[in-house]
Design a protein around this ligand. Structure first.
Ligand code: ASP
Length: 309
């Protein structure tokens, strides 16, 4: 039997250690652990990697701690616009949504795009129409309201600036979320979900829903979910770049992931991290920021839940 494993992240960024209370740190670790266990259980029971990543991401989206689903940041219009994507490494089937509002679990909508539509990527009003046809409940704004996120937005709302949730500032609830998994059959999958950037406008979309940039999966190489400065991750086609280094330069998973995060993305001005897994169940979780909420678990006994380096 193949080694099966899962890795998850809750965002990479600047997190000044002293500003994190031990209580909050415990809350984050608990939320990471529940998401990890939810995904791992699927794999342990012989389920598929695509089911495992969806389950893990749903768990993270349901936590107010992360910038996805319930904890999504505020846009310039004081709303929440979310992006998500999912990809199956066995078939290369993929689904993505962006600029959606009121959807409790954007990752599930991206999966429905993959499985119930002829398309890969649906955005804005069209994506919402698709959600309604598929009987999604539209939550009202109060479901997504969080005082800390609202205060982050109030601080910059009358300016032209927009902010990564993990930008250097006093509070630091950073947190796009993602999961990658390899199941007992050696199939890999990846899922990513985010609220994007605080005070974003003009229909800004980051890397998270873009197949190849923030999310990618191919059994031949690896499955990847990214977090960081989205504009740079798009320009660097980061997730696909890691896969290409493995495929064309025969690099190991860890070497390829490190090359992209600790060299290539820095060279073009970006920062962040990623989680990666291959069809043998190997895991790599590099980041070039101060911290990245992350966790992984493998059938070979490996388990980690960490925030800092
Ligand atoms: N990459 C995400 C975006 O640019 C943000 C993040 O990872 O926190 O939308």
């Amino acid at each position: 039997m193949n080694t099966f494993s899962i890795a998850i992240h809750g965002g990479a960024g600047t997190l000044v250690k002293g500003m994190m209370t031990s209580e909050l740190e415990a809350q984050y670790k608990l939320a990471l652990k529940s998401a990890l266990d939810a995904g791992y259980l699927v794999l342990e029971n012989g389920g598929t990697s695509i089911d495992a990543v969806e389950k893990a991401v749903i768990s993270l989206e349901n936590s107010y701690l992360f910038n996805a689903g319930k904890g999504a940041v505020f846009t310039a219009e004081e709303t929440h616009e979310m992006d998500a994507s999912i990809m199956d490494g066995k078939t290369l089937n993929a689904g993505a949504v962006s600029l959606i509002t009121g959807i409790k679990n954007p990752v599930s909508l991206s999966r429905d795009v993959m499985e119930k539509s002829e398309h890969v990527f649906l955005a804005g009003q069209g994506a919402m129409q698709f959600a309604k046809i598929n009987d999604y409940t539209i939550e009202d704004e109060t479901y997504f309201y969080d005082e800390l996120r609202h205060n982050q937005w109030l601080e910059i709302k009358d300016t032209d600036s927009f902010q990564l949730d993990h930008a250097k500032k006093k509070d630091s609830k950073f947190g796009t979320v993602g999961a990658v998994a390899c199941d007992k059959d050696g199939n890999v999958a990846a899922a990513t979900s985010t609220g994007g950037m605080t005070n974003k406008k003009f229909g800004r979309v980051g890397d998270s829903p873009m197949i190849g940039a923030g999310n990618y999966a191919n059994n031949k190489t690896c499955a990847i979910s990214c977090t960081g400065s989205g504009e740079f991750f798009i320009k660097g086609v980061v997730a696909y770049d890691v896969a290409c280094l493995i495929e064309h330069k025969e690099m190991s998973l860890a070497a390829a992931a490190n090359e992209v995060i600790n060299k290539r993305i820095i060279e073009i001005g970006g920062d962040g991290g990623l989680i990666a897994i291959d069809a043998k169940g190997n895991i790599s979780m590099p980041f070039n920021t101060e911290g990245m909420y992350r966790a992984c678990k493998s059938s070979n006994g490996e388990e980690e839940i960490s925030i800092y380096k």
